[in-house]
Design a protein around this ligand. Structure first.
Ligand SMILES: [Zn+2]
Length: 46
């Protein structure tokens, strides 16, 4: 499932759809843009 930064995302691990950077989100909330490439879309892994 793909999440964008403008939607509230549940806790879990996300992978940047552009560069593959993995981000762990501990709490439900707005997901940030990728710190490496500023991509706004994330794929939820777990
Ligand atoms: Zn990225």
């Amino acid at each position: 499932m793909i999440y964008s930064t403008k939607k509230v995302a549940p806790p879990g691990t996300y992978k940047c759809t552009s560069c593959g950077y993995e981000l762990k989100q501990d709490d439900e909330g707005n997901i940030l843009p990728c710190p490496k490439c500023e991509n706004l879309k994330w794929e939820k892994l777990i």
